[in-house]
Design a protein around this ligand. Structure first.
Ligand code: 3PG
Length: 385
């Protein structure tokens, strides 16, 4: 965006303002805050700024009030000192004024947004002189407002937020300071198999946590009781361990765990060796010996990529493992990146946000980048130039 003279131009910025809203109020403003510098920069340059975003997953052609960007616009009115207007009927043109902000109502209300029809993309493109793609969090979606519009706009470029995200992730994965350590937590191996596969090839240590770790514990021949586990993926877990070791890396499987008999805030927690998991146990966290071993790995890391907690940290008695790793990341000199909704909730809970080198705004996009996939809304910018 810095390469363009924005003065007097109609600048259409795609942001990811898909934020949680409760009773008409934004409950987590991280994505809006991350987008503000780009919007401010364009306003200060004298552009007529138009911002577009999706919110949630509404049915196309049915503009439901619960998916309106009104709460986001209210937030922006407080945050900015310029007039902010919400445009609901904009596909045939908007009256955008220099130094002012117009926000287009949820793009997913528009028929053709998800299918990325040329007709809709051309209409978006006609609204502007320059299209700025700044929505890293939606860059993995080839939709009208992320991909199609870039094809048809007179000029198109990346915004500073998107550029920063790609720089930070590139620094972590393309030419990392070693040892490179990744933490992949979450409930299922199946949803993260591609990311595990891709990381097992690249990293020096691949830490697995949550339900994913249970499948790895089972792969080592231990019973995991009533825990969340995917027995059909045990061979995949064994293959991943071998794959990592063949590259000179490692997947350290927990040696001890914290279990409960029921998934509840009041469940009693018991620490035990992995060989002592009972038939009616559920594994909800890694144990202290594992946490210490993994924290040591993190302390000595050159680069850390974190996606997913290693336990049910929302219940305090099962949060010690995730907390220990969070503290080790905070104390480490490594270049660290955290991304994904649950991970950011853990970063907030343990108050380490200012100790993480880069916090990504991406959820699905962050994962797809880790998987080594091309992000279509980034690729289209590269193709255009
Ligand atoms: C996200 O929250 O990950 C992005 O805003 C993308 O949303 P989507 O998964 O509904 O496309």
């Amino acid at each position: 965006m810095d390469d363009f003279d924005l003065s007097g131009k109609r600048v259409l910025i795609r942001q990811d303002l898909n934020v949680p809203v409760k009773d008409g109020v934004v409950t987590s403003d991280a994505r809006i805050k991350a987008s503000l510098p780009t919007i401010q920069k364009a306003l200060e340059a004298g552009a007529a700024v138009i911002v577009m975003s999706h919110l949630g997953r509404p049915t196309e052609g049915e503009p439901a009030a619960e998916y309106s960007l009104t709460p986001v616009v209210n937030y922006l009115r407080e945050a900015l000192s310029v007039p902010v207007t919400l445009a609901t009927d904009y596909l045939d043109g908007v009256d955008a004024k220099a130094g002012e902000l117009t926000v287009l109502e949820n793009v997913r209300f528009n028929v053709g947004e998800k299918k990325n029809t040329d007709d809709l993309a051309q209409r978006y493109a006609a609204l502007c002189d320059i299209f700025v793609m700044d929505a890293f969090g939606t860059a993995h979606r080839a939709q009208g407002s992320t991909h199609g519009v870039a094809k048809f706009a007179k000029d198109a470029c990346a915004g500073p937020l998107l550029a920063n995200e790609l720089d930070a992730l590139g620094k972590a994965l393309e030419n990392p300071k070693r040892p490179l350590v990744a933490i992949v937590g979450g409930s299922k191996v199946s949803t993260k198999l591609t990311v595990l596969d891709s990381l097992a090839e690249k990293v020096d240590q691949l830490i697995v946590g949550g339900g994913i770790a249970n499948t790895f514990i089972a792969a080592q021949g231990h019973q995991v009781g009533k825990s969340l586990v995917e027995m059909d993926l045990v061979p995949e877990a064994q293959r991943l361990i071998q794959q990592a070791q063949a590259q000179g890396g490692n997947i350290p499987v927990p040696v001890d765990v914290v279990t409960g008999k029921e998934f509840s805030e009041t469940a009693a927690a018991e620490t035990k060796d992995v060989s002592a998991i009972e038939a009616d146990d559920m594994v909800f966290d890694i144990g202290p010996a594992s946490a210490k071993q993994l924290a040591d790995i993190l302390t000595n890391a050159g680069t850390i990529v974190w996606n997913g907690p290693v336990g049910v940290f929302e219940f305090d008695q099962f949060g010690a493992g995730t907390e220990a790793l969070a503290r080790a990341i905070a104390d480490s000199d490594a270049f660290s990146i955290a991304g994904g909704g649950d991970t950011l909730a853990a970063v907030d809970k343990y108050g380490i946000a200012d100790k993480v080198s880069y916090i990504s705004t991406g959820g699905g996009a962050f994962l797809e980048f880790l998987e080594g996939k091309t992000l279509p809304a980034v690729a289209v910018l590269a193709e255009k130039y």
